[in-house]
Design a protein around this ligand. Structure first.
Ligand code: ADP
Length: 802
């Protein structure tokens, strides 16, 4: 959590901070300014000191020069030199001493015009020739001269003051020389304040050092000396045999050459590695210069010290200010504390707290406003409280309601969860079913299609792929009508005649078998005989269909083989049978031989009947074979079906009367419209059905033949009250040679071929046949004839066997 700072501390901190920041800035500024000031002051100071010092030394030089000048003008000296021995040397020396006040000169001496020392306060000089000295050369030429040099006799350094001594005719007769000891100047300089606070040098006009507070520099040139100058020094032996080496002050060489006034320079002393101020001052009336050096680096330290003191002062001021502000703000901000306490009270809900601040400033205003606010708050709090109570009551009522509906919701939720659970289980079951179905489908020996109501294949199994010879990926999603062309025999079945259309449009199931003579021709594939069961898929309405099919090529081939076998064998059997019958007839009527005994006649009769039955069977087989081969011609003629049926009934009259049966022929409407039918074909159908009714109905019953117009067909039914057909036999009674067990037992005669022929004939004209039956109640066969009549067909043979 962020630490809270009181206003008091904030003020103290910020003011202290400001003072410290400004203190630092002020210290830095002070440092730079004071450094600069120190340097300026120092420069001025050193300059003044140097000037003062130069005057002091200058005074020595002026005095000395003046004394030598005065001495040179002493007539006795000129006289002495002009006259040689007129005067005692001692007297002359005394005269000289007169001009050596305080023995300032050491020595004072006279050189004659050849430069030989003739009189000297130092007797060692006497007789020596000093004509090589510069001061002699100059003075003997009339130019008074001051020179610094090392004594060639004494080896002591000093300053030589030389003035010409003139005779009565003003001609130069000698030179008066006074040498003051270098020590005088040295002492003066050594004791000067300059030397105490810095470095001091005393140089002549050639820049050679005659005094230095650093002894090492003595008799060195401050800058480079010209070769000429060096030679001159060698000649006049100013420094005896000393070789003058150089110091690194060439900057000053320029100054002394062009000297006018004292000069102060900023200088870096490379030898001592110091920043310095150098002052160069000329000694008045003498060819010498005073050089004073002061180190400026310590000035920076001084400036820094000032700044540090200032910083400490600033810090102290900051602390004082902080303390002062702390105390005064504690007093000033006291109302704020009261306000805070008041706020705390209000926070705890106590609005009665009285806040009294009489500072006469903004705090008082704020406190008053605060008091007002507290009052208002109190009233609005009371108001709010009331409203909260009301709202709480309302809310708790709502909560009760919500709890109730929540309970209901929970029940619903539970119910939904149960439903979801059921749905999940159901889904699992469906999944299982689906898996099982898939398993079943893929293991099915039959092909299978599932298609939607647009005849698009939704699903097909592996067997389909194998039978059709097309990959599943091409089958699924394709239209059945594109995939498969349906043939009935050799004729293409139009799309709206196809079973798939019927099952979708009529919702009926369709079964087809080998006798239906249907073929599938696969686009780009094979053509084969097919048998199938097609059922509608009902989800709400008809949503499509399912076809389970088999390739019947093998069965078809067998059936064809059987048909042709039947046809061939029937033909082959008919001829011998006809002969047999013929011979038996002859035998029986006795026209061929002797009349038969009654026993023989009976045997022959049985043989004849058997042959006749066999003939009947063979004829039926032949008829079936012809019908199935499509060889039977159809010649439709307008027919009144009721009248026609009556005719057939009459032709079978004996059989009915034999079993005491009545036959009714009913037409609805009566009369029926005339219909185009082939009478032979129609006759065969009615005859077979009526014969069956006759045989399988009970005695003393009525057989009813009905013709009824229904839509675009006439439905014909033959109803009997007889033994009936069991459920077990129902699917097989149209098969060739099939006879039901009850029929076999009760009616021994029968071939099991009649119904097969009837079915082939009815379907041959485009009709349908079916039956309804109940055991021991009776059987009704229904077949249809198009109201438009049978279509003519130019077949090879009629249905009647001749
Ligand atoms: P058949 O009558 O010579 O045996 P069909 O082909 O005419 O041969 O009939 C086949 C079988 O159908 C019969 O054997 C019989 O079992 C059954 N059947 C046909 N018609 C009837 C009927 N009206 N009542 C009961 N069963 C019948």
């Amino acid at each position: 959590m962020r630490k809270k700072l009181s206003i008091k501390n904030k003020i103290v901190l910020s003011v202290t901070g400001v003072i410290i920041v400004f203190g630092v800035i002020a210290s830095a500024a002070t440092f730079f300014v004071s450094k600069q000031n120190f340097i300026t002051i120092k420069k001025e100071d050193i300059k003044l000191q140097a000037i003062e010092q130069s005057h002091e030394i200058g005074q020595i030089f002026i005095n000395s020069d003046r004394m030598i000048e005065a001495g040179a003008k002493e007539k006795s000296l000129a006289g002495y030199l002009e006259n040689g021995s007129q005067m005692k040397d001692m007297t002359i020396l005394e005269t000289l001493n007169h001009y050596n006040i305080g023995n300032v000169f050491d020595p004072i001496y006279i050189l004659n015009k050849d430069g030989v020392a003739v009189v000297s306060s130092d007797p060692t000089l006497l007789g020596n020739n000093y004509n090589f000295r510069e001061y002699f050369k100059r003075a003997s030429n009339g130019e008074p001269f001051i020179e610094a040099a090392i004594g060639s006799t004494t080896g002591r350094s000093g300053y030589y003051f030389a003035h010409p001594i003139r005779g009565a005719d003003e001609s130069i007769v000698g030179v008066l020389v006074g040498k003051i000891s270098g020590g005088i100047v040295d002492e003066s300089l050594r004791e000067s304040t300059l030397a105490q606070s810095g470095k001091v040098m005393f140089i002549d006009s050639d820049g050679v050092v005659f005094y230095s507070s650093i002894p090492d520099r003595l008799y060195k040139s401050i800058g480079p000396l010209s070769a000429e100058k060096k030679k001159e020094l060698m000649n006049n032996k100013r420094f005896g045999d000393l070789v003058i080496s150089e110091l690194q002050y060439s900057q000053i060489v320029d100054v002394i050459h062009g000297y006018t006034n004292p000069v102060v320079l900023d200088f870096y002393d490379a030898a001592d590695k110091e920043n310095e101020i150098i002052t160069v001052v000329h000694i008045p009336n003498a060819p010498f210069f005073l050089i004073a050096e002061a180190d400026t680096d310590n000035l920076v330290t001084s400036a820094l010290a000032v700044s540090i003191w200032l910083s400490i002062a600033a810090l102290f001021a900051a602390l004082l200010a902080a303390l002062f502000i702390y105390i005064s703000s504690a007093r000033l901000l006291r109302p704020l504390g009261l306000l805070k306490a008041a706020t705390e009270k209000i926070k705890t809900g106590d609005y009665t707290y009285q806040l009294t601040v009489a500072t006469g400033d903004e705090f008082e205003d704020v406190s008053n406003a605060f008091g007002e606010m507290a009052k208002q708050l109190q009233s609005s709090y009371a108001d709010l409280n009331q409203r909260v109570i009301e709202k709480t009551v309302a809310l708790s009522n709502q909560l009760q309601e919500a709890k109730k509906s929540n309970a209901a919701l929970q029940n619903t939720q539970r119910a939904v969860l149960n439903v979801l659970e059921d749905a999940r289980l159901l889904e699992l079951q469906i999944q299982e079913e689906r898996d099982r179905l898939r398993g079943i489908l893929s293991s099915m020996g039959e092909g299978l299609f599932v298609f939607d109501k647009d005849f698009r294949v939704l699903l097909a199994n592996a067997t389909t792929e194998r039978i059709l010879g097309i990959p599943l990926s091409h089958i699924e999603g394709a239209l059945i009508t594109d995939l498969i062309t349906l043939y009935h025999g050799k004729t293409i079945v139009s799309n709206n005649e196809r079973p798939i259309f019927k099952i979708v449009s009529e919702g009926v199931s369709i079964h087809s078998d080998v006798e239906d003579d249907l073929y599938w021709s696969i686009e780009g594939g094979r053509r084969f005989a097919v048998g199938f069961v097609a059922v509608p898929m009902v989800i709400g309405g008809v949503a499509g269909g399912v076809i389970v099919f088999r390739d019947l090529t093998l069965e078809k081939n067998l059936d064809d083989a059987r048909t042709s076998f039947i046809s061939i064998t029937s033909h082959q059997l008919r001829t011998p049978l006809t002969s047999l019958k013929w011979f038996l007839e002859m035998l029986m009527d006795g026209s061929y031989a002797q009349p038969l005994t009654p026993e023989q006649k009976n045997f022959a009769d049985l043989a004849y009947q058997s042959a006749d039955r066999m003939m009947g069977i063979i004829n039926l087989l032949l008829q079936i074979a012809r019908v199935e081969a499509g060889r039977v011609k159809i010649v439709p003629v307008p027919t009144d079906l009721r009248v026609f049926a009556q005719g057939i009934v009459s032709s079978l009259g004996n059989a009915f009367s034999f079993r005491k049966q009545k036959v009714e022929v009913i037409a609805v409407p009566d009369p029926l419209p005339s219909v185009l039918v082939d009478n032979d074909v129609m006759g065969q159908v009615l005859q077979n059905l009526l014969s069956n009714a006759n045989r399988y109905a009970l005695e003393n019953t009525t057989i009813t033949v009905t013709f009824k117009v229904e839509g675009d067909v006439i439905v014909c039914s033959v109803a009997d009250k007889g033994i009936g057909i069991t459920k077990a036999d129902a699917t097989r009674i149209f098969e060739k040679f099939y006879r039901a067990e009850n029929a076999l037992r009760l009616v021994p005669e029968g071939s099991g071929l009649g119904l097969s022929l009837v079915k082939s004939l009815v379907e041959g004209w485009g009709g349908e046949i079916r039956f309804e039956s109940e055991e021991w109640k009776g059987t009704t066969f229904f077949f249809t004839i198009p109201l438009a009549g049978m279509a003519a067909r130019a077949g090879e043979v009629g249905i009647q066997i001749s």
